[in-house]
Design a protein around this ligand. Sequence first.
Ligand code: SAH
Length: 355
Amino acid sequence: MSALAPLIAERIRERGPITIAEYMAICLGHATHGYYMKQVPFGREGDFTTAPEISQVFGELIGLHLADVWLRAGAPNPVQLVELGPGRGTLMADILRATKGVPGFHAALSVTFVEMSPVLRAEQKARVPHARWADRLADIPSGQPLLLVANEFFDALPARQLIKTARGWQERHVALEDERFIPVVPEDAPLLDALVPAALQGAPEGSFYELLGGEEDAAVLNQRLSQDGGAALIIDYGHAKHSLGDTLQAMRQHAYADPFTAPGDADLTVHVDFEQIIERAGKALRVLGPVGQGRFLRALGLDIRTAVLAKANPPKAEALVVASRRLADSEQMGALFKVLSLSSPAWPAPAGLDS
Ligand code: SAH
């Protein structure tokens, strides 16, 4: 049994079934036993691998994308570079290495990580020692243009799952049955039809609709980009348009696991509904994409950069090519993973997202 299981069981016994969002929040973020709070989950030894851990070229191209839009915006100084959910800090280290030669960029920059996990903060400090840390995006002072990147952050935020029942759309909860956690829809759960897009409300009984977490981050991002200028890149796996389906998944040692077994010992995520992020961004921002990660990286020069690195390091050439294909080929990460750009309309359009 996981260390969290008895704590969640007690809570359910005391107060009744908890929502999927509450369950995810405890599993991932519980101060001592939460999945991200107690360990470094990435890499071959861990439970899953993310794009920056697959190839340095991922972060390098994102660094050039950000430095390019900053230069074309007139190289504002100072500028804040913020990453949401930086994991081991690898993406930021690659961004910074790739942009060292951009005149004035590093002198203008301050780097802030939004990270809840002390274990991961320590990892990030080892790779980017001069960074600052914040618990939430809202805690970062306003008043300076913002460059922001978030890779596989929104999928890890507590999401709500709604299910179409005979009564209407109701929220999925987690209950306790014979000391095991099971998903249920309590009969008296409120009707939430208003939260489901009109076009999907008539879906058949048993359909799922998921509501992404991160409303506060979206609102702050919206306000900062329109007020202070800047550009944000949101990269994640998911769908471009609202869609139906149960995408709650648990990953453990690179394999799918049951989300309701061993809470806190597996990564829990949902697919990201990019249309929800765009709707939250409101009308004040420029929205580009989402485009497939493969198309984005290739537009920014993935193949050329890979060839240059391969030529400089022949023993690694094949591994570099394999890694780039993994990031970009549509049957690998290139299509399921998508890139969305939100930016200030007062800034020039960021590169790599033309349709
Ligand atoms: N971007 C990294 C890691 C992705 S995993 C990569 O691509 O490798 C998700 C990251 O978001 C972890 O660093 C996790 O600790 C952090 N995180 C998850 N929920 C968070 C929250 N509510 N607030 C701050 N950080 C969070």
